[in-house]
Design a protein around this ligand. Structure first.
Ligand code: PMP
Length: 461
């Protein structure tokens, strides 16, 4: 494993020199905000570019740099930043005296729910404001429905910062994925969450044999997001469906990243598998804070007035402007499905090739995840890895986040900062194309990647 300390110092100095305005804003931010902000992934070191405007594939920072962006609002902006269809709808709603919270309810929410149910096979949906809350409520529903306590999740799976999801997210050399990620949890919670391995049907069988009659639910992403951008195999999801049905546990597909990313609907359908509950977020909000729990009416109705699950409330849940954005976005994706998704697959493939080729040309072995499989036709998302062995399988989080397997320091801060100096942004080697990314943008990316790869090769000597 290489040591990038002197390269990182060099990159940080060059970055600070070119971004005095962002540096000044960061100084102010540090005085009043924890670490200068509210979301760790946005707080790039030594300081983040402070964004002044964003449109399509590009953002502009306070220092006037135009940056080609593949982070796209935490991967939510499938049509690029501030797409006209959403901003126009919001502008006219605001001009007509609507949009902000009223504390009543309006028609947008009904239209968004109708679209979501029609495109995912869900019988009922309830909206909330973040993917974190959606997965928390889905687990509350599952625990109440089954009368059981234990939650089974996948090592490396990120479902937001809520109590049952804060175990086994980051890879730890000694413990693998058994780590409790936060202080402050009730002490019993550690035993209430069992962590299994992604794409390992044998281990899943073993975990169900061991904990089956105590399991409330198995929560899993059909396409793993932050855990490495890997599709589940069909065998794995079929095992998940069969085992949850056999043992009477609720199957939750967390589609906060996957939903409406591969088609204008849920991803489970591409595998021919319907979960009991699914969670959605990101894309469905069209850039506004919208998330949803969708699925079986008999489970979701536990949140009804006569039910026992307190999945209600939320001053800003079902917010009018958010619901309008959701409705407009969902309708657009449904109407343009045949154009949007094949285009995203082409762009995703192209980006993965650009990244791999740029590094391999400099003698740095690189492989991307984000490719499709037998169920998924391909994807807009990518994550570049630097495995030490060329035959390394990349099917589960520990294949890509174990520092003994991949050079995880290289696709972290080093790559992010080196690319930013070339006016390209991705987060720790991962990102997504949007429909706003053009062929010219791909050429821009290629030039940047080649320069960065050369710089890294020279630094490694
Ligand atoms: N589930 C998954 C799969 C996610 O990727 C995320 C966020 N990246 C969440 C849940 C949490 O969503 P949010 O950030 O909207 O709370």
């Amino acid at each position: 494993m290489s040591d990038y300390i002197s390269l990182l110092t060099e990159l940080r100095i060059a970055y600070a020199v070119r971004s005095p305005q962002s540096a000044a804003w960061n100084e102010r931010a540090q005085r009043v905000l924890v670490d200068g902000g509210s979301h760790t992934l946005r707080l790039i070191q030594p300081f983040p570019p402070r964004i002044a405007a964003a449109h399509g594939a590009w953002v502009t920072d306070e220092d006037g740099h135009a940056i080609l962006d593949f982070w796209q609002g935490h991967l939510a902006n499938i049509l690029g930043h501030n797409p006209d269809i959403v901003t126009a709808a919001l502008s006219s709603a605001l001009a007509e005296g609507g949009g902000l919270q009223t504390g009543f309810t309006e028609r947008y929410q009904v239209e968004a729910a109708e679209l979501l149910c029609a495109r995912t096979g869900a019988e009922r949906v309830r909206f909330t404001t973040s993917g974190t809350l959606a997965t928390m409520y889905a687990i509350l529903l599952a625990r109440a429905f089954t009368g059981r306590n234990v939650v089974l999740k996948v090592g490396g799976g990120w479902h937001g910062a809520q109590p049952w999801a804060l175990k086994g997210v980051g890879f730890h050399r000694e413990e693998g994925y058994q780590h409790i990620e936060t202080a402050g949890l009730p002490s019993a919670l550690g035993e209430g969450v069992v962590v299994t391995r992604f794409n390992d049907p044998q281990m899943l069988h073993d975990h169900f044999r061991q904990y089956g009659d105590r399991l409330a639910c198995f929560i899993v992403e059909p396409f793993m997001g932050a855990g490495g951008f890997m599709p589940a195999t069909g065998d794995y999801l079929r095992a998940a469906r069969d085992l949850t049905a056999y043992y009477g546990a609720v199957l939750i597909f967390d589609e906060v990243i996957a939903g409406f990313r591969f088609r204008a609907g849920d991803t489970g359908a591409l595998y021919g598998i319907r979960p009991d509950l699914a969670t959605f977020g990101k894309i469905i909000g069209g850039g506004m804070p919208v998330a949803a729990v969708a699925g079986r009416a008999d489970i979701l109705n536990l949140a009804s007035r006569s039910g026992r699950v307190k999945f209600s409330g939320g001053t800003y849940s079902g917010h009018p402007a958010s619901m309008l954005a959701a409705k407009v976005m969902l309708r657009y994706l449904v109407e343009h499905e045949a154009d949007i998704y094949p285009r995203l697959v082409v762009l995703g493939d192209r980006i993965r090739h650009i990244l791999e080729d740029a590094f391999i040309a400099e003698g740095i072995y690189a492989r991307c995840t984000g490719w499709g499989n037998e169920a998924l036709p391909g994807s807009s998302v990518f994550m570049v890895h630097f495995p030490y062995r060329e035959d390394q399988p990349l099917n589960a989080p520990d294949d890509v986040f174990d520092p003994r397997v991949c050079d995880v320091a290289l696709n972290g801060d080093v790559l992010q900062l080196a690319l930013l100096l070339e006016d390209v942004h991705m987060t720790h080697g991962h990102g997504a194309a949007s429909t706003a990314h053009t062929d010219t943008d791909m050429v821009f990316l290629e030039t940047a990647c080649r320069k960065v790869a050369r710089r890294l090769r020279e630094a490694r000597g």
